[in-house]
Ligand binder design. Structure first.
Ligand code: MG
Length: 394
């Protein structure tokens, strides 16, 4: 039922004011009459959300931080838009019968609740929030199988794998190789990373325009670590079937290798609008306004194996993907706070993977946790990371 593309795809954009959300609204605006923004949500940014509502006239707007209710000016939302407050509002729109597709663009573990509600209601779900699968991969996939919810990855690498898999049978898959730009510190040694990384440099990504959290994650390669874990659950792979290659141009978004040795890749300029649109139109492809490769120019595509000693975060990703259970929840939560601490100057860049590794090793592992247990460990790991000091690991 939900795998069929409706004539008018009514979309809930969770995290509408963020980087994924605004790109998603651009895609929707380019396909009026076939795509419709029916619900938009934001955490606190009600002014920006109100502007978006003026443009898109959705049926619902949700502000998940309910304390914003008192700060909001009157009559900023269009008359036809019902405004809801609190995380319950996100759950309400995600499962609403007037919604066909939910795009989960909320950053971090906070995005899990909305994604869960959407999957529970059997919606088509565009997963841009990798934490949903990192934190609760087995439970999420089990739920989707039960409700018939179709999960379409929006993360560019996973979208590439998903697209390349359309060219072969899943049972003939040998491995996938996720590409990584390498971020601003590509080629740097461990020693140089310890000495020379600044917050400004970590926030200057060479090829992708993204929010600060994911930009720092790209610089540390924790983003790729989370993507390895995400891929492990989304495509039901074992760790040995997942590879990573550094590809500075960010044109090849990932590879799929089949048993006969044939490799399929998906290529396009680095622009999130393409994977977002594909998630909204799958299995169709629509012409649009998205930037294309220029075949009148020369192109050079480079691929290098990653340096796991300089970027130990990636090693953590493979380890967590292998162990599963509670590890994803702990790594993700620890890393979220570590990035905050790096951005406020209380943690060095190279301490991010070090601290995450310490907390991961110190947690009470469970191979088959419940959702409640995962959320409890998420909280625990955050507290541990708040208190973590480098002396602990000496
Ligand atoms: Mg990605």
């Amino acid at each position: 039922m939900s795998s069929e593309l409706p004539d008018l795809n009514r979309i809930a954009v969770l995290g509408a004011t963020g980087s994924i959300g605004t790109s998603c609204l651009d895609v929707i605006a380019a396909h009026r009459g076939r795509l419709q923004a029916t619900a938009l949500t934001a955490h606190r940014g009600w002014e920006r959300l109100a502007q978006q509502c003026q443009q898109h006239q959705p049926r619902f707007a949700v502000i998940s931080d309910s304390s914003m209710r008192d700060q909001m000016g009157g009559n900023v939302f269009p008359r036809g838009t019902e405004v809801l407050f609190g995380p319950e509002g996100i759950e309400q729109v995600s499962g609403h019968p007037e919604i066909d597709t939910v795009v989960c663009g909320i950053v971090g573990a906070a995005g899990l609740r909305g994604a869960w509600a959407a999957i529970e209601s059997g919606k088509r779900v565009g997963i841009a929030n990798k934490e949903t699968l990192v934190v609760a991969g087995p439970l999420v996939m089990e739920l989707a199988a039960k409700t018939g919810s179709v999960l379409i990855p929006v993360d560019s690498e996973h979208s590439a794998v998903f697209q390349a898999l359309q060219g072969g049978r899943r049972c003939d898959l040998k491995r996938i190789v996720l590409t990584a730009s390498g971020g601003p510190f590509r080629g740097w040694s461990k020693e140089r990373l310890e000495r020379e990384v600044t917050i400004e440099r970590a926030l200057a990504h060479p090829t992708w325009q993204m929010g600060p959290k994911i930009t720092v994650d790209s610089a540390s390669m924790m983003n790729k670590a989370l993507e390895v874990i995400e891929a492990r659950w989304l495509f039901n792979l074992v760790v040995d079937e997942i590879g990573v290659m550094i590809h500075p141009q960010s044109i090849v978004h990932s590879f799929v290798e089949f048993v006969d040795g044939s490799v399929l890749a998906q290529l396009s300029p680095p622009d999130m609008k393409l994977p977002i649109q594909y998630a909204l139109t799958y299995p169709e492809r629509w012409a649009g306004t998205i930037r294309r490769l220029d075949w009148s120019q020369s192109h050079q595509l480079d691929f290098f194996p990653p340096d796991l000693d300089a970027f130990p975060a990636l090693r953590l990703g493979f380890e967590v993907a292998k162990r599963g259970g509670t590890c994803g929840s702990v790594l993700n939560a620890a890393n979220e706070v570590a990035v905050e601490r790096f951005l406020d100057g209380s943690l060095k860049f190279t301490e991010i993977p070090q601290a995450c590794g310490d907390i991961l090793n110190g947690h009470n592992f469970d191979a088959q946790p419940t959702l409640a247990e995962l959320l409890r460990l998420d909280e625990w790991a955050r507290k541990e990371m708040q208190q973590w000091k480098s002396s602990q690991s000496i």
